[in-house]
Design a protein around this ligand. Structure first.
Ligand SMILES: C[S@@+](CC[C@H](N)C(=O)[O-])C[C@H]1O[C@@H](n2cnc3c(N)ncnc32)[C@H](O)[C@@H]1O
Length: 134
């Protein structure tokens, strides 16, 4: 039987120097979702200027949150092998800030970033659990 080696890196995904460049065939990840309130703090810790804009210029805050993710996507890109796959679990956000309801389209931002890095977009996969409760 083939043996596999598993290594857990508990660290900022924007710096994956332990992983050789071009060595990863498949990345599966679920990042924090920009503009979903439960992830605000984690984005602000990584980019404190987000806090200044969140209530006054929320779209600017949204862009800054994606800047945090974009640093990670650039690091992921370095590690992915030619013809490798990147699967990202992401949802869009809807939010009312100062009485203004808006959608923040996270999937569009991520697709735009990967296209800019030369990736081909594949169809979305949406999961639905249709199992009946026991
Ligand atoms: C949507 S959750 C995913 C949770 C995970 N899939 C699970 O089932 O536990 C996003 C996770 O990304 C982590 N995170 C945020 N910024 C990160 C970064 N720069 N590097 C690595 N992980 C980060 C958060 O701490 C959080 O645990």
């Amino acid at each position: 039987m083939n043996k596999t080696k598993h290594c857990i890196l508990n660290k900022d995904a924007a710096n994956l120097q332990e992983i050789p460049d071009g060595s990863v065939s498949l990345v599966i990840t679920s990042p924090p979702y920009p503009m979903i309130e439960m992830w605000d703090e984690i984005f602000m810790k990584q980019k404190p200027e987000i806090e200044e804009h969140l209530m006054t210029e929320p779209y600017k805050a949204f862009d800054l949150m994606h800047d945090v993710l974009n640093d990670i996507w650039e690091e992921v890109d370095k590690k992915v092998a030619n013809h490798g796959f990147v699967c990202i679990n992401i949802g869009d956000a809807t939010r009312t800030i100062n009485g203004h309801f808006q959608m923040y389209s996270n999937h569009s931002k991520i697709i735009e970033k990967f296209v800019s890095m030369g990736y081909s977009v594949l169809p979305d996969i949406i999961w639905k659990n249709d199992k009946c409760p026991e």
